[in-house]
Design a protein around this ligand. Structure first.
Ligand SMILES: CC(C)(COP(=O)(O)OP(=O)(O)OC[C@H]1O[C@@H](n2cnc3c(N)ncnc32)[C@H](O)[C@@H]1OP(=O)(O)O)[C@@H](O)C(=O)NCCC(=O)NCCS
Length: 188
């Protein structure tokens, strides 16, 4: 990717529009703040105790863009007044490779922004962009994994046409519970 990719998701009747753009060092303070949420810590494996951890994580995302195998977007919410954009989430497509038919998506939403369609709309935007960008290079389907007790994530998957495929066995310590594999095909 040469130019930075900036994507948009439209506003709804009850929630502002979203801007998706690659993570950058200016996001670190907000990222560490968002990670104070116990649910986010429980659901992800990233260490985020300090700004150093945050910067390391952002640098890893930048490396993914540079290597062309992982594309993570900060999800920012617009405001009606001229206030700066606010960090509300993350969406990522990972394990992308030329000629490889599948890749995986992931996401989270900041605790204070949950329940207003941020994950659903951001994933919808990421999915469309991913097939636009990589289908010609062999991408046929996107996979989405969540643990069986993550009902909100299951709902986000289904609302975006990621159909339930099968149960995945647990893999402790990172995945102590069984999981769901959902798949979205390019021609869905
Ligand atoms: C899962 C997560 C990303 C959802 O983010 P969000 O922005 O709140 O999601 P949305 O508002 O787009 O949609 C959530 C849907 O789940 C539903 N939902 C929320 N909690 C639920 C629950 N406990 N049981 C069933 N459905 C639930 C909501 O009602 C909504 O469905 P609806 O639009 O039909 O009403 C968010 O909870 C999160 O970040 N959790 C921690 C990290 C994580 O689990 N990431 C995913 C790892 S696979």
């Amino acid at each position: 990717m040469n130019a930075p990719v900036i994507l948009k998701a439209a506003a709804t009747l009850t929630a502002p529009a979203l801007v998706l753009r690659p993570w950058c060092a200016e996001d670190v303070a907000a990222l560490v703040e968002v990670y104070r949420d116990p649910e986010l810590r429980h659901r992800t494996n990233s260490r985020m105790e300090s700004e150093d951890d945050g910067l390391r994580w952002v640098r890893a995302q930048e490396q993914g863009w540079a290597a062309g195998d992982r594309f993570a977007f900060a999800v920012l919410e617009t405001a009606l007044d001229a206030a700066p954009l606010r960090l509300v989430g993350n969406v990522v497509i990972k394990e992308v490779a030329s000629g490889k038919p599948s890749a995986e998506v992931g996401y989270w939403t900041a605790a204070q922004a949950r329940g207003r369609g941020v994950a659903r709309r951001a994933l919808n935007t990421l999915t469309a962009w991913s097939f636009d960008a990589f289908q010609a290079d062999g991408l046929e389907c996107l996979e989405l994994l969540h643990q069986v007790d993550n009902l909100a994530s299951c709902r986000v998957a289904e609302k975006n046409g990621y159909q339930f495929d099968r149960i995945l066995p647990s893999a402790p310590p990172s995945y102590p519970l069984d999981g769901h594999l959902h798949i979205r095909r390019a021609d869905a």
